[in-house]
Ligand binder design. Structure first.
Ligand SMILES: Cc1ncc(COP(=O)(O)O)c(C=O)c1O
Length: 421
């Protein structure tokens, strides 16, 4: 039986997968020990009671470090839930509609369609979230759908200015405005510093709960939590293994008795999705995803204590993505970004096509490029099946040194293709 872990192949591999994606090796080694024998207890972390004092310490430390990293105000609850980002597509709408029904008991009698739920459809994940809200019966409206913009040709790749958004009127008392800060599939991210909250009309901004899906860029730049009703993220990109979804929610919006909303047109919410259950029980209403919480906590601690926190991650993200976009820009059209609008090109998921001499995307060249990456130890760079091309994901655990290997492969490929002409 091996008593040490072999990391040598891992050290030669650069994993640029879009998620699940790479995590820092020291964190994984510590987690590996913890799953075998946690803290010298003779028991692995996942073999302990989730109600033990030991696991409670793990959970509390993870929450405290996350609160420090994101400067989460005290009037926000941090919930460690399951079900992935996808479950939050349902949970955000259901919980906020319940809170709306409790706060405005006469609303549905006067407006049978229910309060509007606004969605800023900048990519595939917001589109999915909005479809789910519709399926659940919500009055979901797109404030814009980037696939329908002039020149979009049915594809995502731009975000219109706020002045052009079809926001519901504040007097209609929308239940929420939902956005995704970084669209993982399409490589569209709100330009730094993030979603243009200050540009929303004042009455709207001050009254409509703002919901952010930050699954693929959390902890890569600061976010103003206090300006949001809910910030949520699945762990499996910048945070930890799949299995835990973190929901940061303003306590005043957690419906005290969500079932009371039912009489007023609010929905009945499955118990495991009720924020109040998780908030009242310190994320221990039912058995939580213990390993995912533990490993995520190690990532939070590592980022906070060893890697300069979120500002450190932000400057590395700018540097890494900047280096790759620079090669794209100087490739004489060999690499072409799939995101048309330059300032919303993602720092996390860089999506581009490899083009032939005629300037059109060339699948043969893309196959050759993927092969060159593989020769250099770079894995998982093929684009999402709905977009095609190449997607290199530069999450927090991808180091600047690893990014430079990618940059070198790209530069060498430009040279190789020029020589072919
Ligand atoms: C931005 C975003 N939101 C939501 C999801 C869905 O997450 P899950 O697969 O955990 O349900 C993903 C998955 O990649 C994502 O990237």
């Amino acid at each position: 039986m091996p008593t040490t872990l072999d990391t040598s192949r891992r050290e030669r591999t650069i994993n640029l997968g879009a998620g699940p994606s790479s995590l820092p090796t020291p964190v994984l080694l510590e987690a590996a020990q913890g799953i075998v024998d946690f803290g010298g207890s003779g028991m692995g972390l996942t073999e302990l009671s989730h109600r033990s004092a030991t696991f409670q310490r793990v959970l509390s430390a993870a929450e405290a470090d996350l609160r420090s990293l994101l400067a989460v105000p005290d009037d926000y609850a941090v919930l460690f839930m399951q079900g992935g980002g996808t479950e939050q597509f349902s949970a955000t709408a259901l919980n906020l509609l319940a809170a709306h029904a409790v706060a405005h008991p006469d609303y549905v009698a006067q407006h049978p369609a229910g309060p509007p739920c606004d969605y800023a459809v900048s990519g595939s994940w917001t589109a999915k979230a909005m479809s789910e809200a519709k399926r659940l019966g919500a009055n979901a409206r797109a404030v814009f759908d980037a696939r329908k913009l002039p020149g979009a040709d049915g594809r995502f790749g731009a975000i219109p200015p706020v002045a052009e958004w079809q926001l519901s009127a504040a007097e209609e008392k929308p239940a929420m405005l939902y956005y995704c800060d970084n669209e993982t599939v399409d490589g569209v991210e709100y330009a730094s510093p993030g979603f243009p909250i200050a540009e929303l009309p004042q009455a709207y901004r001050e009254s409509v709960p703002l919901v952010a899906d930050c699954s693929s860029n959390i902890l890569s730049r600061p976010i103003d939590v206090a300006a949001h009703a809910i910030v949520f993220f699945g762990a499996q990109k910048n945070v930890g293994p799949a299995g835990v979804t973190v929901v940061i929610v303003r306590r005043s919006l957690i419906a005290e008795h969500p079932d009371k909303g039912v009489a007023h047109g609010g929905p009945r919410i499955p118990t495991t999705l009720v924020y109040k259950q998780h908030a009242d029980n310190g994320s221990l209403y039912n058995t939580p995803p213990m390993f995912a919480i533990y490993a995520s906590g190690l990532v939070f601690a590592d980022l906070l204590r060893n890697r300069g926190g979120v500002t450190g991650a932000a400057s590395r993200a700018d540097m890494k993505s900047g280096a790759v976009y620079d090669v794209i820009a100087s490739s004489n059209g060999l690499f072409q970004p799939t995101v048309r609008q330059a300032d919303v090109r993602s720092r996390m998921n860089i999506c581009f096509r490899v083009c032939g001499a005629d300037g059109a995307p060339s699948e043969a060249r893309e196959t050759a490029f993927v092969a060159r990456c593989k020769e250099a130890g770079i894995e998982q760079v093929k684009g999402h099946r709905s977009v095609g091309g190449i997607r290199t994901s530069l999450y927090n655990a991808v180091t600047p040194e690893q990014t430079l290997v990618l940059v070198d492969v790209m530069k060498a490929f430009v040279k190789e293709m020029q020589e072919q002409k």
